[in-house]
Design a protein around this ligand. Structure first.
Ligand code: GLU
Length: 282
């Protein structure tokens, strides 16, 4: 059965771009006679706040959306993600990375072939790793693309693809060959959280039987690496439908970090959900 989701991270107040994304997914579910889920992706303990989560419920209800309950909150399921890390680790697909963001950025300057090398730092030498572990230093788990490729085998690696029902930034649509290597050796468990976005999102899409991932074009590149994780874990491949990003009056896309006008502010200023829905084309 058709199932899609809106999966915000409670790291700020929602703006019109979120309203557009949520309405796109919700409308698709309604039109397909399918399921619409809301998922709270609160696995970043440094940036997520309960008041932002409360605001998500309030803003979406005001917009006129409804969703299945209970709502999955990722922070309550860290053991699920840890189990996936254990499973991938046992297959030799992960390596510990003790490097700091600064180490990685410094390495970009030194790397002979540019940034691509820097996001594939590779495992530490065994003696160095043992020393850092003994010192109790925190580490992230990175997915080794080399090991992933070996594990899948050359023919499956080359055949890895996903279906895009929207249009990618370079006009990509239909069956698209996945290029997980462009993402580098992504972090699947952050030092502070025990999980990370790509792992939690693919796990939950599989668990919740999401058939259609409907989300903004800013996450198009993420599909490439997410498809690889699905293949490694034997999870089904959802269909992707990346939608255009809404731009504000200044022509720039809405973003939390730019302090775009929030739905709460618009509501306080008298905007009604009917007017907003019409403005967004729903
Ligand atoms: N939680 C992600 C975000 O807020 C979206 C995840 C997804 O739709 O794949 O950007």
């Amino acid at each position: 059965m058709f199932a899609t989701r809106f999966a915000p991270s409670p790291t700020g107040r929602l703006h019109k771009g979120h309203a557009f994304s949520a309405l796109t997914a919700w409308t698709a579910a309604r039109q397909a006679g399918g399921r619409f889920l809301l998922r709270i992706e609160d696995n970043d303990p440094t940036r997520c706040k309960p008041e932002y989560e409360a605001a998500i419920f309030e803003d979406l209800a005001w917009l006129g959306l409804d969703w299945e309950t209970p709502v999955r909150r990722q922070s309550e399921h860290l053991a699920d993600y840890a189990a996936v890390i254990d499973a991938l680790g046992a297959r030799g697909l992960l390596y510990r990375c003790f490097r700091t963001r600064k180490d990685i950025l410094d390495a970009i300057g030194d790397a002979p072939h540019g940034p691509a090398d820097a996001v594939r730092p590779g495992p530490h030498a065994p003696d160095e790793e043992a020393r850092l572990l003994a010192e109790g230093r925190p580490y992230a788990w990175r997915l080794s693309l080399d090991r992933a490729r070996e594990t899948l085998g050359e023919s499956e690696w080359k055949a890895l693809s996903f279906v895009e029902q929207g249009v990618g930034p370079d006009g990509e649509t239909g069956v698209i060959r996945a290029r997980p290597d462009t993402a580098g050796d992504v972090v699947l468990a952050r030092k502070d959280a025990g999980t990370a976005y790509h792992l939690a999102v693919t796990h939950d899409d599989a668990l919740q039987e999401i058939t259609h991932v409907i989300r903004g074009l800013d996450l198009f590149e993420a599909a490439h690496i997410q498809r690889l994780i699905q293949a490694l874990m034997g999870w089904p491949a959802p269909v992707y439908r990346h939608h255009r990003l809404l731009t504000g009056p200044d022509g720039r896309r809405y973003a939390k970090r730019d302090q775009s006008v929030t739905l709460a502010e618009l509501r306080a200023a008298g905007l009604t959900p009917e007017v907003l829905r019409a403005e967004l084309g729903f």
